[in-house]
Design a protein around this ligand. Structure first.
Ligand code: F6R
Length: 623
C-alpha cells in the first residue's frame, strides 16, 4: 500500500513536482520515500527511510536533474523501511539502467527471484518489487527464446516496452507500477493490475499517480487506467495498450471537477479537522444526487431475495447503521458483513438471487473487492457505493452511486462516513416509496429531515467544538473508554470507538448497551469513562436504565444527547448536545460528529498526528 507518482515534462525539472505530488499521496503510506530521474542518459536517485519531509531535509529531493522521473512513498509490505528497501528499485547493471516504483504485492516474487538469481542476477533489497526491475533488465538483454513473443510484438512496441510487457506477463499479484530506463529515456511505462493508477494529461507534460490529488494542481484532465492495461507516456503523447494482446485502447481523458484547494488543508492544522468541518458541505452534495441513479439502485434492492452489504472499517459501520435504516424505513432485511469475512460466511450460499451492496470510500479496498469478486463468481448482482469515480468498484458494479464527498486525505474516515449514511438513508426512503410500506407523510417527513442534516451538523460543530476540546483535556490520560448505544446507535458507538483507538491509541470497547450486564460491566470502577449515545426515540427509555446501571457503579457518564434533553443531562456527568429534531433512524449522521471531534482532540492532546496514525494507510489495497 504505497503512493506512486511521476511525470515527463516538456520544459520543467520534474524532481520538485514529484516531491510535491508524493506529499499529496503521503496518506497512502509514509515509511520511506524515493525518486529517480534521467538526465543525459544517466539515472539519478535519492531515497531513504522516513517521512517525506524528513528525507527531504536530509537529502533535498528537489535537486535531482531531468525532465522525466518517478517517485514513491512507501508503506512496507515486504522488507522493513530502509534506504535499500525504499523505491525506486533497480536491476543489477551498474550504473543502473532501469528503475521501478510499485504499489501492490507481487505474490510469486520468491520463485521469480530464484529463477533470476540462477541467471546471475544479484538482489539487494528484501522487496517484492525488485524482481520487476530485474525481470525487465533480463528480458531487455536476453536473446530471443523460442517460447517468448519477442518476435511477435506489434509494430510500434519498442525493445523496452516489449521487455516490460514480457515481465508483466510473469507477475502474479497486484500492481500499479511505473518504470523508466536510460536505454529509452523519452518515456515512462506504467501499468495496472488491481492497484489504482490514474494518468494526468496537460500541456506541460504527462503524469501518472496512485490517486488524483497528486496531480490536481497541475491538471484536471485524467484517465483512469483499468486492470490489465499498460501506458507509455511521452512528453506530448501517450498510448494505452491491453496487456493480454497489446491492442491499442483509445480513451478520452475525463475533466475532473475537484479543485486543488479541495485537496489541501485550507488553513486547518490537519486534514482530519478540515474534513470534519467540511461535512456540512459534503452532506449538501449528497443531496444533489440524481434521483435516476438512486432509483435504479433501489429497483435492484427491491427485487433482491437477499441483500448483503460488504465493507471494511468505517464503511462497515455505515453498512451496519444502514441495515437499521433499510429495516425500519423500507422494511427490507439486509445483512451487513465485514468484507474480509464474506468468503468464509457466504461463498457457498451467495447465488444468482443475492444482491451485494459494496460500500467503499476508495473503491479500491482489497478485502471489499475480493468479496465482490467471490459474489460475482456466484452470479450475484453487485451494487456499489463509493467516493471515487473510475475506481475498481465502479467498474465491477452493475449499478453504482458516487457519494460526492470530494477527496478525503486524513487517514481516518470522517466526511465519507456521514456522506455514505446520507446516501444510504436516501436509498432507504426511495425504497420505502417503491414498496409502499410506510405512509407518504412519513416519507415526506424523513426526506425533510435528511435535508436538514447539513445544517444540524454545522450547528453541532460550531456549538460543541470547544466543549469537546475541554472533555478531551479532562480525559486525556484515561486508559479505556466504553461506547454504548442501543439500536442504530450501536453503529455510532462502534465508529466512535474505532476513531478513538486508531487516532489516540486508546484501546476501547463498544457494544449494544443492553449487553453490558452480560459481562463487560465487570470492568467498571469509579470514574471509568462511559459514553452513551442517546438520541430520542424508541430505545431511549431502556437506555436510561442502562445509564443508571453504570451510574450506580460510579462510572463517569458522558452523554451525547439532544439539545436540552434534561432527563439525560441530569443523569450524566458530562454531556455534548446535538440539535433537536433528528429521528433516531437518521441519528448516526449527526451524533457521530462530536465523537469524531473527540477522537481528533484526544489525539492532538496526546501529541499524536491524527493525519498519520501509526501502521495505517488510507487505502488498504492488500488483503
Ligand atoms: C477508519 C478508516 C478505515 C476505512 C476502511 C475501508 O477511519 O478509514 O477503517 O473505512 O479501510 O476503506 P474504504 O471505505 O475505502 O473501503
Amino acid at each position: 500500500m504505497c503512493g506512486i507518482f511521476g511525470c515527463i515534462c516538456k520544459a520543467d525539472n520534474v524532481a520538485p513536482l514529484i516531491h510535491t505530488g508524493l506529499k499529496r499521496l503521503e496518506y497512502r503510506g509514509y515509511d520511506s520515500v524515493g525518486e529517480a530521474t534521467i538526465e543525459d542518459g544517466k539515472l539519478f536517485v535519492k531515497k531513504d527511510a522516513g517521512k517525506i519531509d524528513e528525507v527531504h531535509l536530509k537529502c533535498n529531493l528537489d535537486d535531482l536533474p531531468g525532465r522525466i522521473g518517478i517517485g514513491h512513498t512507501r508503506w512496507a509490505t515486504h522488507g522493513a523501511p530502509s534506504s535499500v528497501n525504499a523505491h525506486p528499485q533497480f536491476g543489477c547493471s551498474s550504473p543502473p539502467r532501469f528503475a521501478v516504483v510499485h504499489n501492490g504485492i507481487i505474490e510469486n516474487f520468491a520463485e521469480l527471484k530464484r529463477e533470476l538469481e540462477d541467471n546471475g542476477h544479484v538482489f539487494k533489497s528484501k522487496t517484492d518489487t525488485e524482481v520487476v526491475a530485474h525481470l525487465i533488465e533480463e528480458y531487455f538483454i536476453r536473446k530471443p527464446q523460442p517460447d517468448e513473443r519477442r518476435n511477435t510484438e506489434p509494430a510500434g512496441v519498442s525493445k523496452f516496452e516489449a521487455a516490460v510487457f514480457k515481465s508483466l506477463s510473469r507477475l502474479e499479484g497486484s500492481y500499479a507500477l511505473a518504470t523508466i530506463s536510460t536505454h529509452e529515456p523519452d518515456k515512462i511505462i506504467c501499468a495496472r493490475n488491481e492497484s489504482p493508477l490514474v494518468l494526468g494529461i496537460s500541456e506541460k507534460g504527462r503524469f501518472f499517480a496512485s490517486d488524483v490529488p497528486a496531480f490536481l494542481p497541475l491538471t484536471k484532465s485524467a484517465i483512469f487506467m483499468r486492470n490489465g492495461e499498460l501506458a507509455v507516456l511521452k512528453r506530448t503523447s501517450f498510448t494505452i495498450r491491453r496487456l493480454s494482446d497489446r491492442r491499442i485502447i483509445s480513451r478520452e481523458p475525463k475533466l475532473l471537477d475537484w479543485t486543488p484547494e479541495m485537496a489541501e488543508k485550507k488553513g486547518y492544522p490537519h486534514f482530519m479537522l478540515k474534513e470534519i468541518h467540511e461535512q456540512p458541505e459534503s452532506l449538501r452534495n449528497t443531496l444533489r444526487l440524481q434521483d435516476k441513479y438512486l432509483n435504479l439502485l433501489t429497483t435492484f434492492l427491491d427485487r433482491a431475495h437477499e441483500v448483503i452489504m460488504v465493507a471494511c472499517g468505517t464503511s462497515y459501520h455505515a453498512c451496519l447503521a444502514a441495515s437499521y435504516m433499510f429495516s425500519k424505513i423500507s422494511y427490507l432485511a439486509t445483512h451487513p458483513v465485514i468484507a474480509s469475512e464474506f468468503s468464509e460466511q457466504h461463498s457457498k450460499s451467495a447465488n444468482i438471487d443475492s444482491t451485494i451492496l459494496a460500500v467503499s470510500q476508495s473503491g479500491e479496498t482489497a478485502d471489499t473487492l475480493a468479496a465482490v469478486e467471490t459474489a460475482r463468481q456466484r452470479a450475484a448482482t453487485i451494487l456499489g457505493l463509493t467516493n471515487v469515480v473510475g475506481s475498481t468498484l465502479t467498474r465491477v458494479s452493475r449499478v453504482y452511486v458516487v457519494q460526492q464527498s470530494g477527496p478525503e486525505i486524513g487517514v481516518a474516515a470522517t466526511k465519507t462516513f456521514t456522506s455514505q449514511l446520507s446516501v444510504l438513508s436516501q436509498l432507504a426512503t426511495q425504497l420505502a416509496k417503491k414498496r409502499g410500506k410506510i405512509s407518504t407523510e412519513e416519507i415526506d417527513l424523513l426526506e425533510e429531515k435528511i435535508k436538514l442534516i447539513p445544517e444540524m451538523v454545522e450547528q453541532t460543530i460550531t456549538s460543541q467544538e470547544s466543549k469537546i476540546s475541554s472533555l478531551a483535556r479532562k480525559f486525556r490520560d484515561e486508559k479505556c473508554f466504553f461506547f454504548l448505544g442501543r439500536g442504530i446507535s450501536v453503529a455510532t458507538a462502534l465508529e466512535a470507538r474505532l476513531k478513538l483507538m486508531e487516532l489516540a491509541y486508546v484501546p476501547s470497547i463498544a457494544f449494544p448497551a443492553g449487553e453490558s450486564k452480560h459481562g463487560p460491566i465487570s470492568l467498571i470502577q469509579p470514574g471509568f469513562p462511559v459514553f452513551f449515545i442517546c438520541p430520542p426515540g424508541e430505545t431511549r427509555k431502556t437506555l436510561m436504565g442502562n445509564i443508571s446501571e453504570m451510574k450506580a457503579r460510579e462510572a463517569n457518564i458522558i452523554a451525547v444527547c439532544e439539545e436540552g434533553d434534561e432527563e439525560i443531562i441530569q443523569l450524566a456527568d458530562d454531556y455534548v448536545e446535538v440539535p433537536r429534531g433528528i429521528p433516531e433512524v437518521l441519528s448516526p449522521i449527526t451524533y457521530v460528529v462530536p465523537l469524531q471531534i473527540f477522537a481528533y482532540r484526544m489525539a492532538t492532546e496526546k501529541g499524536y498526528n491524527p493525519d498519520m496514525p501509526r501502521n495505517l494507510a488510507k487505502s488498504v489495497t492488500v488483503r
